[in-house]
Design a protein around this ligand. Structure first.
Ligand code: SF4
Length: 317
């Protein structure tokens, strides 16, 4: 691991001051992805600002009947919160489908959004990877791409975003609150927070270097059934091959793109009176695959159809 300096921040303004004062500084929260990447020298921050003691670990009711989830709420706390389990079951299911119990005890809401891809080549410094080293190439295009993207990818990168939580939050129209070192704050729809790879896969979100996520807000739960379905190689502790979140008439897909994928084509097909199969076909019409991940397109189709049908059954019950 490359040597780094460390400090602990006690408030948001202090954390932002600390991270902007030193080039190459990063925030440290749960550290469940960052520390692994530092050990591999893929992330090499010169300075870590520990934000674990900031007052951002509460889940609060909002005036409109939604929830405001502090950036430092641990994944296991959010999954088990009574309000989340009863009003946002797709979110609770997604959280419980992610990682292991130990990791969920450490991982935070904001950190979950900011975790990096699990592309094998990103973690292997001996292979070309435009995300790790811009301009070096993409080993996955001709390599082991079984877990890679089928939607929204580019010739520079076909990696996927690995989060389960973010997929459910995308279907729930979540908003990301960010505070800036300038004292300003802004709210970004989660569906616009992550970016597609284009020519710059090293850029993954619209978060600026002088910004910190402070909370994620959820609107009141939409009418209709909610389901999160994760399909993976083994039933425990594996990233999704494909996941689907349905919340009423909103649909999002996971592990199919560089970002949690809001399935707007599928939503439009349903709104026009189409069946779940019509919705799946509409969403996947522009899908591409790269050999080893060819199976993902029919798998995603079946997953969308089954998850929509299940959500409709719940709504009728
Ligand atoms: Fe790197 Fe993206 Fe290619 Fe994976 S898919 S090797 S992360 S550029």
């Amino acid at each position: 691991m490359k040597p780094f300096s460390y400090e602990r921040a006690d408030d948001v303004a202090g954390a932002l001051r600390a991270v902007t004062a030193q080039p190459g500084a990063k925030f440290l929260a749960g550290g469940t992805n960052l520390i692994d990447l530092m050990k591999l020298r893929i992330e090499t921050p010169a300075h870590l600002v520990d934000i674990n003691h900031l007052p951002l670990a509460e889940i609060q009711e909002t005036r409109d009947g939604g929830l405001r989830i502090g950036a430092l709420v641990r994944n296991h706390v959010l999954a088990g919160d009574r309000r989340v389990r009863t009003r946002y079951p797709a979110l609770s299911e997604a959280l419980l489908a992610g990682a292991s119990g130990q990791l969920r005890n450490r991982a935070t809401t904001a950190g979950n959004l900011l975790q990096r891809t699990r592309c094998f080549y990103f973690y292997n410094p001996d292979t070309p990877c435009n995300k790790r080293e811009p301009g070096s190439g993409c080993a996955a295009l001709q390599g082991l791409n079984r877990i890679h993207a089928i939607l929204g990818e580019s010739s520079a990168c076909i990696a996927t975003h690995p989060s389960d939580m973010a997929v459910a939050m995308t279907a729930l129209d979540a908003q990301v609150e960010c505070a800036s070192a300038t004292g300003a704050s802004r709210t970004v729809p989660l569906s616009d927070f992550h970016t597609l790879p284009g020519a710059h896969p090293e850029v993954e979100t619209v978060l600026k270097p002088d910004e910190l996520i402070t909370a994620v807000t959820l609107l009141p739960p939409p009418p209709g059934g909610q389901v999160y379905r994760k399909i993976r190689d083994r039933a425990s502790y594996a990233f999704a091959l494909v996941s689907v979140a349905v919340a009423g008439d909103r649909i999002a897909l996971g592990s199919v793109a560089h970002k949690p994928w809001r399935a707007t084509r599928a939503e439009a097909a349903l709104a026009a009176g189409g069946t779940p199969a019509d919705a799946a076909d509409a969403e996947l019409a522009p899908a591409h695959s790269y050999g080893a991940n060819d199976f993902k397109i029919p798998l995603a189709r079946r997953a969308i159809v089954r998850t929509l049908a299940q959500a409709q059954e719940i709504a009728r019950a």
